[in-house]
Design a binder for this molecule. Sequence first.
Ligand code: FEO
Length: 172
Amino acid sequence: MKMSAALEKKFNAQITLEFESSMVYRQLAIEMESKDLPGIAAWLRHQADEEVVHANKFIDHLTDRANHPSIGAISAPKVSVKSVLDVFEAALAHEQKVSASIRDLYSATDKAGDLDSRPLLMWFISEQVEEEATVDEIVGRIKLINDDGPGLLRLDAELGQRPAATTENAAG
Ligand code: FEO
């Protein structure tokens, strides 16, 4: 069933935020590449691709419901980082912002009685719990490393093992 124009606008804002998230991670990957940490850069780049998957999930949902997905103006990523800790703290803050936005979207659909979007939004609520936990754990481990070179190189090697994401919405 087609969603209301008001909800469509909110979903389109979420699509834009997911693309912005991709740009934030892409910029963070560039910062790590420039610090000769290719594994961490690769992890962040894969995350940038995963954010495009998220955007595509919302786009597909709107299309399936005969609504009109529309990508808004993407803000340039405001990234100012000096250390690996800064990078993941910036990522965590961004994920928290995205989680809040998803909760807001869920509340709006709930208020409107829009049941059709519930499975998708429940998926996103779980995904955000997972993403925040993953980034938070990395922040904790970086604090343990405490700028120790060999420790950072081990983390770099480990994060570099993350498999690449496809930007397609595999779940349909
Ligand atoms: Fe699409 Fe990392 O939130």
